[in-house]
Design a protein around this ligand. Structure first.
Ligand SMILES: C[S@@+](CC[C@H](N)C(=O)[O-])C[C@H]1O[C@@H](n2cnc3c(N)ncnc32)[C@H](O)[C@@H]1O
Length: 470
């Protein structure tokens, strides 16, 4: 039954049917429209209060849960619900994998509209918690108060916070006591920084007024045990900066790389900023199958290192190498896939837009004594052209791992034009991958598909597709 309540509608006893895109679950209203509901699990029966109404759907929140789904699990994190980071922590991992697989299948079917083989089983991550090697936290002088805190009636005052942005709120920071995504000593480092900064009255950033010393904190960990900590200050105050960094160096002698940035810009991205080394070296080392990869403060590196190894093994297997192939690794980043497959190839050519990443790729290849990889920098749609092919040769295999937007149409056209016998398409967004596969359907047949879960507790999923000439 539905009743109106100041523009908001309450639907009672609604069964949650599906887990949809962006980690939000889906139910059907009595009028047939879809209702998107966060923090519930398929199989739950709930009352929903809507807060948004559109032509085709409602958005609402569950006010009462009448029946708990058998797919539910108790979230391990005290911040679940308020923090947007692990939206599926209340769903059993086997179910998370089921919905991730379904998302890839639906995208490839509905958007791609191509003939598909039976999928290989989605590869789950062995570690479902503490699997991330990089976390970024923000400082704020106005801690986000949860609805429970507000309704408690206690005087909260303004408090400093160090944690994550509340979803869709750029100026609200949830104070994080324990995050289950990164291994120790990540939590201890963050909590000690907050304690020390508060005790020593170092000011936390105010994003509305643009004032306060402490802005962001990045912690990177590696399977080698190396740790990088980088603090971003809004302005330079040598005394306060050194007070904090010296404290960190002494309290956590295991930090391999201690760095900082002074960023007075409006936004807090560090990619156009100088990163200054305070102690140790300016990179940490990650290791995979005997290969060493140096990671600096700005480097892209797959955030789940253990599962990146699995992803790369599938990619290499799909490439079907004999040792005689010329491979192009498009969107190579720091050249990790290129180097990973290089032993089984005659030659690998990596192309990437970020110059620093290509610098790293070259340094890493040298460190790994790899001599059959060459790396080139530039926007793919401009670099990957007839002249490039004439200079470097006709590839036997193309491996492509584009960003979320997928490949530019000119890049797809170029692949179709040079038509290598095999293409391995790695994607973190199966919707854009499906669009590109549809374009490639004129010449290529999808031979294998294998989703890989790099991000347990979230709705994100990676997908590897093998294409061969028809
Ligand atoms: C998903 S990452 C893949 C990185 C790498 N394959 C790995 O596994 O570490 C996508 C890469 O594409 C690069 N990129 C984004 N747009 C690009 C463009 N237009 N031309 C070339 N590279 C681009 C990004 O800088 C990023 O390194």
């Amino acid at each position: 039954m539905a009743r109106k309540k100041t523009e908001r509608i309450v639907f009672e006893n609604v069964e949650v049917l599906d887990a949809g895109a962006k980690g939000v679950s889906v139910a059907k209203a009595p009028d047939g429209k879809v209702i998107f509901i966060p923090n519930v699990v398929p199989g739950d029966v709930v009352d929903v209060q809507t807060f948004k109404k559109r032509k085709a759907y409602y958005e609402g929140r569950a006010t009462t849960i009448h029946k708990l789904s058998e797919h539910r699990i108790e979230p391990v994190c005290q911040h679940f619900g308020a923090c947007g980071g692990c939206k599926w922590q209340n769903m059993k991992y086997s179910q998370q994998l089921f919905y991730k697989n379904q998302e890839v299948f639906n995208n490839l079917k509905r958007i791609g509209k191509i003939e598909l083989p039976e999928f290989e089983p989605i590869l789950g991550s062995e570690e479902t918690l503490f699997y991330r090697n990089k976390m970024e936290f923000s400082f704020s002088n106005a801690r986000w108060l949860t609805p429970e805190e507000i309704s408690s009636g206690e005087e909260m005052g303004k408090e400093n916070a160090l944690g994550f942005h509340i979803p869709k709120m750029w100026d609200k920071i949830l104070d994080i006591k324990k995050c289950h995504l990164q291994q120790d000593p990540s939590n201890e480092i963050r909590n000690e920084i907050r304690r020390f900064a508060n005790e020593n009255k170092l000011s936390f950033f105010n994003p509305r007024e643009h004032e306060g010393l402490l802005r962001t904190l990045m912690i990177r960990t590696a399977s080698t045990g190396e740790i990088m900590v980088m603090i971003q200050f809004f302005y330079d105050n040598k005394e306060e900066r050194e007070l904090l960094l010296d404290f960190l160096a002494e309290r956590f002698p295991m930090i391999t790389s201690l760095q900082y940035v002074i960023n007075g810009k409006a936004n807090d991205t560090i990619y156009d900023q100088d990163v200054v080394l305070y102690k140790g070296r300016d990179y940490i080392l990650e290791e995979m199958e005997g290969l060493k990869f140096s990671i600096n403060a700005k480097s892209f590196y797959q955030t789940n290192s253990a599962q990146a190894y699995e992803l790369y093994k599938i990619t290499r297997e799909y490439a079907g190498l004999t040792g005689n192939e010329l491979i192009y690794d498009l969107y190579t980043g720091t050249g990790t896939i290129a180097q990973f497959v290089s032993k089984q190839a005659k030659k690998v050519i990596g192309v990437e837009a970020v110059p620093e990443a290509i610098e790293d790729a070259k340094i890493n290849a040298q460190r790994n004594n790899i001599t059959n990889c060459d790396f080139f920098v530039g926007d793919m749609k401009n670099v990957f052209n007839d002249e490039f092919i004439a200079t470097h040769g006709q590839p036997d295999v193309i491996i492509t791992d584009p960003p979320r937007d997928g490949m530019h149409k000119d890049v797809v056209d170029m692949i179709l034009k040079i038509a290598p016998k095999r293409v391995v398409y790695v994607s973190c967004n199966s919707a854009t991958q499906a669009r590109d596969l549809a374009l490639m359907d004129v010449k290529y047949k999808v031979i294998k598909v294998r989703p890989v879960d790099m991000f347990p507790q979230t709705h994100h999923v990676e997908n590897v597709v093998l294409l061969e000439l028809k």
